[in-house]
Design a protein around this ligand. Structure first.
Ligand SMILES: Nc1ncnc2c1ncn2[C@@H]1O[C@H](COP(=O)(O)OP(=O)(O)O)[C@@H](O)[C@H]1O
Ligand SMILES: [Mg+2]
Length: 345
């Protein structure tokens, strides 16, 4: 391991998609999916990335796994710059250390492979031990994700398992090669509500015993509250707020974060939600206005918001926010449903 306290250090990372040009007509503007983001993740901790659909969460995850090359900027992994000049061997080594957990278990697993074959494949790719060593490793991993007795699962096919069991297999497959880093993109959104908590509990336990550094991508703030020390809120490819999860969820300083929190449905009819109405028409990432990206939906927008883009600035306790008026509108203890729930759900 490197010397740095951080496993991931992201510096002004961008991913722009360039649409195909039509033969006639104007050049189309690039789609700024990730538009200059910076954050770091301490070793052994988890960070949540939240925001509405299309704000750039998945693209960020793919950049961190080098499934995409950045348009601009770069990041460091364990102190080492992950640039386009990596050798094939360096990239292969990185591919073992940094794993993705898929959202959809039916896409992640080959339907013709038994569970044993599915877990063996990444071990063979990374030339892990002898056949006997691999078998022990697979059995140990299935025990860790509590698919026991292991013998009764080894030779089953995906269609013979439930959604929750399959997602445990997907987790085991990501972790069987002993990675340092895991990106879980909406890890339980395809699962029945009744089995989500079980899978999340397991993820929390297994990632912590293995000492993993984890990114959870989710639009579900209660999941992030349950699993993540730090939270990043994204809006149209930019970070609008980041910091310790408690600070973000209980005393948010950006109006967009407040709106996301007030949209969390309440299970308790006595809890009165302070609804914050934002205009629902979301600007698209290929037509971003000057000034603050949130201007057209923000109930507090004033003249400066239409002219000057607010920078992400530190307030206190490592709490960062990008809003010209955050001091006036944010930072108060914010009564919301997330305050009253301790567990996931
Ligand atoms: N491969 C791609 N080509 C072109 N545009 C893309 C591609 N992937 C994502 N986008 C666009 O980038 C933006 C961010 O997408 P994404 O990262 O998937 O958002 P999220 O995961 O937050 O829903 C969206 O506007 C999406 O349409
Ligand atoms: Mg996504």
């Amino acid at each position: 391991m490197g010397q740095s306290d951080f496993l991931i250090e992201v510096e002004d990372l961008k991913k722009w998609f360039y649409p195909k040009q039509s033969l006639i007509g104007r050049r189309k503007a690039p789609l700024r999916a990730v538009d200059g983001i910076s954050f770091s993740i301490k070793k052994g901790t988890s960070i949540g990335i939240a925001g509405e659909s299309g704000c750039g969460k998945t693209t960020t995850g793919k950049l961190l796994l080098k499934l995409y090359d950045a348009t601009e900027g770069s990041f460091k992994f364990d102190g080492v710059e992950m640039n386009s000049g990596m050798t094939k061997q360096e990239l292969k080594d990185f591919r073992r250390k940094a794993q993705l957990m898929f959202q959809n278990p039916y896409e992640a697993l080959n339907p013709r492979y038994t569970i044993y074959q599915s877990l063996q494949e990444p071990l063979i790719i990374h030339k892990y031990g002898t056949k006997e060593v691999r078998r022990k490793k697979i059995i140990n991993m299935l025990e860790k994700v509590r698919l026991t007795p292991v013998e009764s699962y080894l030779h089953k096919f995906p269609h013979q398992l439930s959604g929750g069991q399959l997602q445990r297999v997907v987790l085991a497959r990501s972790l069987v090669v002993d990675p340092l880093f895991l990106v879980a993109d909406e890890p339980v959104s395809m699962l029945d509500v009744s089995v989500r908590a079980g899978v999340l509990n397991l993820m929390r336990e297994v990632t912590s015993t293995m000492g993993l550094t984890t990114v959870y991508i989710s639009h579900d703030l209660s999941l992030i509250k349950y699993l993540c020390e730090e939270t990043v809120i994204m809006y149209l490819g930019s970070i609008v707020e980041k910091g310790p999860t408690d600070k973000i969820l209980f005393s948010p300083m950006h109006p967009y974060t407040m709106a996301l929190i007030s949209a969390v449905p309440s299970s308790d009819p006595d809890v009165e939600l302070k609804e914050l109405n934002i205009n629902n028409s979301i600007t698209s990432a290929d037509n971003i206005p000057d000034g603050c990206k949130f201007q057209d939906r923000c109930p507090y927008a004033q003249e400066i918001c239409f002219k000057q883009e607010p920078l992400l600035q530190k307030t206190k306790n490592d709490h960062f926010v990008a809003c010209h008026f955050s001091e006036e509108i944010g930072g108060k203890q914010y009564e919301n449903r997330l305050c009253s729930t301790r567990s996931y759900g």
